[in-house]
Design a protein around this ligand. Structure first.
Ligand code: TXE
Length: 480
């Protein structure tokens, strides 16, 4: 089957008629082809967006809201089909796609469909100067959205929904590794009545299709989620062109566990925060630091629980851990396990590939726990992005904070404690964009989302996303 580009409301082949293979990670087989889009395809997508812009940027908020909510409803009524497609394309358990990925994609459209009707700008009365200032929040124009493979439709829509809600037209590119649900979305956009050209979806490699989007002189803002190195490259290309940038990049998040926590809740949540989606979530807590008093107990209980996790085919109901997204990614993760061992890490469980009967060529791996004694080793400093976590003990609050902050990334942190003073001290001093206390990945879509340090620039979520996707213009009126 051939996935097509979605340009000006129509499904079209790439101009060059060049195609790329798309793999099913659960069995290692090619099951579809995707457009290997070129600069010409991106130019067509841009053209279509630019033509749709005058009308869309002047549409009423009610109209935008109605269409976004309709898209959300259609995603919900197609949940099963989208979840199956996501699971097949990415390797994630079908149950996860049904419970998290597709419902969240629907929520993204519903949320921004509502948020845009509540979005307001400021006014400043210049008292004593007989002047009043107000801020116009105007659409930027044509914007680019580029998303990764780990949460394909979830992250694709997290960018697209606020972009179009704010009145922009979009050229979007999903990851070439997981293009399927973005392709299927096109049908829903038409059914929901989104005017032609408001959203254009081009498929292809980052280095060609993605590069054409970031280099395009008239695409004025880029919202990107992906690897830190790619983010740095995009920043280098976009900066001299003065594009507005939002970069959501990698993470190496600490999970800090104190002896005074609610132990059972912590243990169950830590299993999830370590291995959900095969550990391929930028928010996973891959560096676990445990207070010395409970370290041995935690180690025993955690290993025991993780050994019970079922690695299996994504559509098997009993599967907790599905396939990793690609062969090259599996190899990368396995290589990190070797690096950790060479650096003195002790594998407490996992570390090996898994062969699933009937799906011998799939990309499966055991959930892996590695005990380490120093935070400076590569396994604790570099993003692995797979089912691998490290554990290490600490003695004092000060030491825990140092360990947590001693890394180039700064996306999120999780803290387990019932001590209020400690909660406040860590919340203030952790160098991350997000701090979860006694929970993980509890998301309220109104909150600012993004990372500090090498985890990115800018915040999305709620009104932050609508601010990113609009240009603020101050109007100053003098009166007598
Ligand atoms: O990401 P890329 P990859 C991390 C994770 C992973 C590593 C590499 O550690 O192992 O990054 O993954 C597009 N111009 N994360 O290689 O390349 C690309 O086509 C424009 C963390 O898959 O960053 C895709 O659509 N676009 C992460 C998107 O960027 C370009 C999620 C992300 O791909 C481009 C994913 C270019 N020059 C990976 N090059 C997270 N934090 O959520 C690539 N792309």
């Amino acid at each position: 089957m051939n996935i097509k580009n979605y340009i000006n409301g129509e499904f079209v082949n790439p101009v060059s008629n060049n195609w790329l293979d798309n793999y099913n990670p659960s069995n290692g087989e090619v099951y579809s082809q995707i457009p290997n889009s070129s600069t010409e395809d991106v130019a067509k997508a841009y053209q279509s967006a630019a033509e749709a812009l005058p009308k869309w940027s002047n549409s009423t908020l009610e109209e935008r809201s109605r269409i976004l909510i309709k898209i959300s409803e259609l995603l919900e009524s197609n949940l099963e089909r989208f979840a199956m497609a996501e699971s097949k394309d990415n390797g994630k358990p079908l149950s996860l796609a049904k419970q998290i990925d597709i419902p969240r994609a629907a929520s993204n459209f519903r949320f921004f469909g509502n948020a845009i009707t509540q979005f307001a700008s400021e006014s400043h009365e210049s008292v004593g100067l007989n002047a009043v200032n107000f801020t116009l929040r105007q659409p930027i124009g044509v914007v680019g959205c580029i998303s990764p493979w780990n949460l394909p439709l979830y992250l694709f829509t997290w960018k697209i929904a606020p972009a179009i809600a704010a009145g922009n037209c979009v050229v979007a590119k999903p990851s070439e590794v997981t293009p399927m649900t973005a392709y299927l979305l096109g049908e829903i956009l038409n059914e929901a009545g989104l005017p032609k050209g408001v959203l254009n979806i081009v498929h292809g490699l980052g280095t060609t299709t993605g590069q054409a989007i970031i280099e395009h002189p008239n695409i004025k803002a880029i919202s990107f989620t992906g690897g830190t190195e790619t983010g740095a490259h995009i920043a280098r290309v976009a900066a001299p062109k003065f594009k507005k940038l939002s970069l959501e990049l990698g993470g190496k998040n600490p999970n800090i566990i104190f002896a005074d926590c609610d132990y059972e809740n912590m243990l169950a949540t830590t299993v999830r925060s370590s291995f959900a989606n095969q550990g391929q979530i930028c928010l996973c807590g891959s560096r676990i630091f445990v207070e010395e008093a409970i370290f041995e107990k935690f180690k025993k209980d955690f290993v025991q629980k993780v050994k019970q996790l079922q690695v299996g085919h994504p559509s098997d109901e009993n599967t907790n851990i599905g396939a990793l997204v690609s062969k090259s990614h599996l190899e990368k993760v396995e290589n990190y396990v070797k690096i950790a061992e060479d650096d003195g890490g002790k594998i407490l469980c996992g570390g090996l590939e898994v062969t699933i009967e009937g799906f011998e060529n799939g990309y499966y791996m055991q959930p892996t726990i590695i005990e380490i004694t120093t935070n400076d080793c590569r396994i604790n400093q570099e993003e692995v992005f797979g089912p691998v976590v490290t554990i290490m003990s600490f003695k004092t609050d000060k030491e825990a904070l140092q360990l947590a902050n001693n890394v180039k990334y700064g996306l999120s942190a999780t803290l387990w404690t019932n001590n209020l003073n400690r909660t406040m001290q860590f919340s203030q001093q952790l160098q991350t964009g997000i701090v979860w206390v006694n929970t993980w990945m509890l998301r309220d879509l109104r909150t600012p989302f993004g990372g500090a340090k090498a985890s990115g620039v800018g915040r999305e979520g709620g009104f932050e996303a609508l601010r990113f996707f609009t240009e603020a213009k101050n109007v100053c009126i003098k009166y007598n």
